[in-house]
Write a protein that binds this ligand. Sequence first.
Ligand code: IMP
Length: 196
Amino acid sequence: MAAAVECVVITDDEQGYGLDLFCIPKHYSNDLERVFIPHGLIMDRTERLARDIMKAMGNHHIVALCVLKGGYKFFADLLDYIKALNRNSDQSIPMTVDFIRLKSYCNVLIVEDIIDTGKTMQTLLNMLQDYKPNMVKVVSLLVKRTPRSVGYRPDFVGFEVPDKFVVGYALDYNEYFRDLNHICVISEKGREKYKA
Ligand code: IMP
C-alpha cells in the first residue's frame, strides 16, 4: 500500500448541494443529482496544489503533460496558478506544455483528471520510462476510493472522492457534461439520456 497523500477527503456520506443553490446550464437541469464539488472549491484547492507542486519540483525545466480530454480544464487552471507563482515569487520554473509527445531528460508533471482503478496511469507511467525522464510527478484532481483500485496513488491529489460516477469540470459521460463548471453526480435520467 502506497503512503497516503494529503488531500481534501470527501466522505461516502457527503450529500453535496442542491442544484438550485448554484448555476447549472439549463440543458443539464434534469440530468444531475447534486453538486458534489463546487467550482470555487476546485479552484481554491488547485491554487494550493500549484504551490505544493512548485515546491516539490525544484528549478529544473518542467514539461507539463495533459492527459486529454478530461484533464484539460484542470490542466489549464493549474498552469494558470503556476504561472501566477512564477510571476509573483522568488522561485520560478520554466515550463512547456505537451499533450502527446515527450522530451527526454526533463522533469515531467503529468496532469490527470481522475484516478479510478489506476490502470490508465500505470500504463502511461510504463510508457514514459522509454523517454528516460529526469523526474516524473503525477497530479490528479480526483482519486476515487474504490475496491477496484490497483493501489496506485499520485504524488499530488486535489480531492479523494467516494466510488460514484462524477461529471463536470471537463469530466464527461459519453462526451457530455464537459461544459459544466462544478463536479456533480449524474442522475439516473442523465445516465439514460446520454448513454452511448
Ligand atoms: P482508471 O484507469 O480506472 O484509473 O480510469 C481512469 C479514467 O477513467 C479517467 O481518466 C477517466 O477518463 C475515466 N473515469 C473514471 N471514473 C470516472 C468518473 O467518475 N467520471 C468521469 N470519468 C471517469
